[in-house]
Write a protein that binds this ligand. Sequence first.
Ligand SMILES: Nc1nc2c(ncn2[C@@H]2O[C@H](COP(=O)(O)OP(=O)(O)OP(=O)(O)O)[C@@H](O)[C@H]2O)c(=O)[nH]1
Length: 730
Amino acid sequence: MLTNLRIFAVSHQTIPSVHINNLCCYKIRASLKRLKPYVLLGRNYSSLPGLIGNDIKSLHSVINPPIAKIRNIGIMAHIDAGKTTTTERILYYSGYTRSLGDVDDGDTVTDFMAQERERGITIQSAAVTFDWKGYRVNLIDTPGHVDFTLEVERCLRVLDGAVAVLDASAGVEAQTLTVWRQADKHKIPRICFLNKMDKTGASFKYAVESIREKLKAKPLLLQLPIGEAKTFKGLVDVVTKEKLLWNSNSNDGKDFERKPLLEVSDPELLKETTEARNALIEQVADLDDEFADLVLGEFSENFDLLPAEKLQHAIHRVTLAQTAVPVLCGSALKNKGVQPLLDAVTMYLPSPEERNYEFLERISRLLLPFADQHIEISSLSAGNIALTVGLKHTATGDTLVSSKSSALAAARRAEREGEKKHRQNNEAERLLLAGVEIPEPVFFCTIEPPSVAKQPDLEHALKCLQREDPSLKVRLDPDSGQTILCGMGELHIEIIHDRIKREYGLETYLGPLQVAYRETILNSARATDTLDRTLGDKRHLVTVEVEARPIETSSLMPVIEYAESISEELLKVSQQAIENGIHSACLQGPLLGSPVQDVAITLHSLTVHPGTSTTMISACVSRCVQKALKKADKQVLEPLMNLEVTVARDYLSPVLGDLAQRRGNIQEIQTRQDNKVVIGFVPLAEIMGYSTALRTLTSGSATFALELSTYQAMNPQDQNTLLNRRSGLT
Ligand SMILES: Nc1nc2c(ncn2[C@@H]2O[C@H](COP(=O)(O)OP(=O)(O)OP(=O)(O)O)[C@@H](O)[C@H]2O)c(=O)[nH]1
């Protein structure tokens, strides 16, 4: 019986519908090949052959740990930093998988979408649950590719802590900065894991410096590496002054020894560690008054006497306050440093009760996730993450609360619609999670079903996909009647296309990918219009005069103003219709049919014949605004991207030469180990297919990251070329 289920928050996990519908015996058995079996509560699964083994783990103990022993954490990073590899090691060491998954072999647990396994990248966030030394950890592995930033945003909202995985040879990279900023926004305590310490060019010092300089964070060095790159063999725990060495004969990294550093055997390392520990103690004391009192009182003469637990508690408080960030290191691929990372997660990241969230929820089905496998459960205690299915009116970004608070949820919706007064409602703010920031799509293309009969199926598929991914926008072209897909990048649209085929069985056709331009006007223009139509025996007559003028503030929504002569009474009945008309006119600019930004529309006069419908008022206002926009001098705005290319020194010149041809504007060239990092801006239209071009230019040695910077005015020559191309003249 499922009544009154209490959950901490609903992770709107994306579950392809095929998985939900097929949650039946064979799915569960399939999962057991790699997972240790659970005892399934509340369901009679005991007759399943092979389900009940000797090493059964009680699901009850997994789902009902004390709240202080729960950690809801995310793993975030730049693409390819090693999140998935680290997650796989974590699952293996915690006993939840029996073999080590490998992204390069395409058999990881968390990259479960077919496209993820094929491409070796993470697209959707995968949630997994495991135990570590008496703690229950709910972990979410998030994607690193810029096209999927929204996916990262939406999981950050339900997390209590995060591990930022960095490539120790590259330090902080472009996407690390983006996700770091997102985590700042959601005030999420973090730990940094400097991965790939075994890689040529790995540098602990360099990576730590980049945390200080680029993330503007205070790193707390809790470990020091023993060796670097090829010589990396273990690490020192600075807090306990112990060394951790991995047995070189062990091929899964389970076998490692932890030994105190001694003067006789490791004089140099001990000296270095003592200095690092003293520096750490001073740093933490600076940030935590309680710890400062302790250090200055009892232990001021000799920091060596300070017990490790006291220091650990203080580091926990400082991490929670987000005044500094613990830094650990290792190599997930070479199976070194992952177990201490897990210890740090349980030790330094907060439990849900320390984060002060309280949500309750009434739902009908509750599922415990393990990547693409889901087990139905009957209850869940506060502080956990679970999946729920079948919510009809909930979309990514919504907050679900108990019925008592449903009024507050309504308040949020109203707030979103602009009723600012609800912002003052502190109670509502406290209960509501921050909404996800939905990035503006910069690409679009047409999508067509295989036949007209399949159009409803396509609409259904797109509706479902949009609910889980609001960065995907779908609209209808009013002129051609075609369905238009708007997305974050080439890869994003390609993946959507692929998912429609795999998950909904529809082979669709995509038109060429096009850049989402915008338009604006450069001077003011006035227009008048009259609409006079008789429908049946009713006459609809509207006359309107509007002025469109450019404004400074960057806004996609038009600013709407009313001349004093417009009576209050008229506005009362027709304001909504007028504003609908203005908004719809501004969605389709006169040059390319793209949205018009940075404009103010003033309604100078409006006369409405009695009995005229509001639809006619909207239509007339819209037509009149379009006339005014057409009269003004017009300007196309194009998306300008921040670009960061990391390239081996030898290939710098061809990359720069190529960027010059792409109208690129280089701001800075940094040196990062043996690599050069080119930072600049480039118009999106010039960067399509860049990954292939860059691979060819640099023999595959370069990587790049792109992010929307702003919309900028095109120069007259480029604008003309574009307009001619669109009108079929060239
Ligand atoms: N040398 C070295 N390579 C590693 C290490 N960890 C991961 N890799 C490699 O780096 C590549 C990327 O690893 P992933 O685990 O897929 O990285 P990711 O951050 O999950 O990537 P996305 O999901 O695409 O964001 C793979 O080829 C891994 O084998 C490491 O510790 N050392």
